[in-house]
Write a new protein. Sequence first.
Length: 305
Amino acid sequence: MNQFGNLLKLLRNKTGMSQEEFAEKMDVSKNTVQNWESGRTKVSEKHLDKLALLLNISKMTLISEMSMDEKIRSKDIFPYFLFDDEQISIIKTLHLNLEQQELFGLIYLYSPDSISELYLNYVFNDAITKIPSEYICRTGSIKFLCLADELAKVLRYVDAEFLMKVLKLYPNEEFDVCRLPKELICQFINEGYVHYHDIDESELGVKVIALPYSLNYAKSLLPLIEEYEPLHLYDMASHDFTLSNDLPDKFIETMEEIHGKHWIHCMTFELIDRIEKNSESGVKEYYIQLNETGKKLLKWFREKE
């Protein structure tokens, strides 16, 4: 689908200009105009101002339409299987349009000391009072309040520093957690969400979307378990953990690198099934293997975007 190219063609036809005439006024080749309208190439930033002037349309509208095409082409690859239904319903709302992003940029500039706590309503409300009046007048007060409301909902869950990082990487695209590249999705799940620490959810009035483990940790752990599963992890005699002599050196070295010498106490079983067996001597032996969620996550890591 080439929504942006179709818009360009429609607006050019309204001006009565042929592709040759339009290309001459844009100071580009006819082939460039054809590529824009077919969707084979994107309009570069340096051409947007002149393009908006010739087509009698705002530059912001052009950027928004280009962003929509990008959004349509990009895939929703978010690993929803890691979250419950309520969390998924929240994750799917974590997107911003370009105007909301512009407002966030102004908050970032005019309230830099508040960035780390914008998820708190009173901090956010104080920050928007510092937005220049010229911007509010240009936007319109009611529209400004609507933009602020939608931005505040996203900032309840998306860390402001992470959001700014993504916007700097993709300044002309609409932010959408579900359509980020896989590496950024992992960063969001690891540290890009708002950390409410020990505050109870009922006190917050919001649903926390954090996972109890790191995807970086899982990315290192899961392939090793798959390679050796079922993996004889430890024996338990008199309530003491005794690491199995069967553990591969590669596994031990990787786990110590991640968690240090006490890694056994840091293992998460959300992605692992633990199998209990009795040895001939009566000592309980514990084996681990990937559970269904662990298998899905490992497959997700390996899939091409």
